[in-house]
Design a protein around this ligand. Structure first.
Ligand code: FE2
Length: 354
């Protein structure tokens, strides 16, 4: 408090909230400005709306403007509209003669906080100015609170999503770890997919969606019977149909991500589509298959080929490369195969360790 008092003594006008009084009638303008100054505020004056706008442009916005309604040139209503547009945080009180009370009331609809009828009494000006400044403070506080609240809700929603993804990832990795054949599969597929996607020009959030989608691509296998997953021999038609369902179940499990991460869901649903349209579950062809799913299809196949499975031994990375190239254009998108081979030119460095 003491510092405030010293500061006010040194330079009272510069520290006090500034107001602008606009009226073509100099007597009225001086009187209102004087009342405002006696309240401890500083008051700039302008003889017209145009001059008022110029002063604001030159000296910056003010917390409060008191403006006449009826002025030559731009009138009070037009001036108010400009102020609302350019300085939405400024409180405006209109001054009106008896004949233009209607216009003053119309100004309230356009964003003025109050109006004072002329001839204005000193006490009335004081009371209205105080009230308008208080009202403005409340509006600013409310706006700040709302913005802050929106931010907190966004942060909270992000945290909930993060927890959901972590829980699903933990579940997926735990299921894989149970089985020596598939241990680390999703994480390797994800790492292969990210580096392949980088070769294809993916960056930022789209790349992150590929990382996550590849990591969760087989989450639907939670619902696949273990006897079928680990069956050493060929599958019956019914068993194959059962396996295909993991793509649809996976998409359903990840539904909470649908709005913000639709690509993740597309990868999970469509990573078994074939370029020639003979895949599942939607039998999409070529470019109909989301590019992110086409990438994961290649890296999923490579990892499956280069790791031992219950039903067959692994191939060498070199043999898997050859198989990818052989099936480019039928099973796989040639562009994705090419990008994968460019991303991992040295087969002796593969498979990646997780
Ligand atoms: Fe799969």
């Amino acid at each position: 408090m003491l510092l405030d008092q010293i500061a006010q003594r040194l330079e009272p006008k510069a520290l006090a909230p500034r107001c602008l009084v606009v009226d073509d009638d100099a007597t009225v303008r001086h009187s209102i400005a004087r009342v405002i100054e006696l309240m401890g505020l500083s008051a700039m004056q302008a003889g017209s709306a145009e001059e008022g706008l110029e002063r604001l442009a030159a000296e910056g916005e003010v917390p409060l403007i008191v403006s006449d309604v009826n002025m030559p040139g731009l009138n009070g209503l037009g001036f108010l509209e400009e102020i609302v547009k350019r300085y939405p945080d400024t409180a405006v009180i209109m001054l009106s003669g008896v004949s233009d009370v209607k216009t003053a009331v119309a100004c309230l609809d356009k964003g003025a906080l109050d109006y004072i009828a002329k001839p204005a009494l000193i006490e009335e000006v004081r009371a209205r100015v105080t009230k308008a400044l208080e009202k403005r403070d409340l509006l600013l506080q409310k706006r700040f609170y709302q913005k802050n609240l929106e931010l907190r809700v966004r942060v909270q929603a992000g945290r909930i999503k993060e927890l959901f993804v972590q829980a699903v990832q933990t579940l997926a990795h735990a299921l894989e770890a149970k089985d020596a054949y598939t241990s680390g599969h999703s994480m390797r597929v994800s790492r292969y997919a990210v580096q392949t996607a980088v070769r294809l020009g993916f960056t930022g959030e789209r790349l992150e969606e590929i990382r996550l989608g590849a990591d969760l691509h087989d989450i639907g296998k939670i619902g696949t019977r273990e006897a079928i997953l680990n069956k050493p021999g060929p599958l019956t038609e019914e068993e194959f149909a059962h396996i295909t369902e993991h793509t649809i179940l996976g998409e359903r499990i990840l539904a909470p991500l649908a709005r913000e991460n639709p690509t993740v869901l597309r990868i999970v649903r469509n990573h078994h589509e074939r370029f020639d349209g003979r895949g599942f579950p939607d039998r999409l062809t070529g470019d109909e298959i989301p590019i992110e799913a086409r990438i994961v299809c290649v890296t999923d196949a490579f990892d499956a080929m280069t790791t031992n499975r219950a039903y067959r031994a692994s191939r060498t990375p070199q043999a898997a490369f050859e198989e990818l190239e052989r099936c480019a254009g039928t099973h796989f998108d040639p562009k994705c195969v090419q990008a994968f081979l460019e991303a991992f030119p040295d087969p002796s460095a593969l498979p990646l360790l997780t």
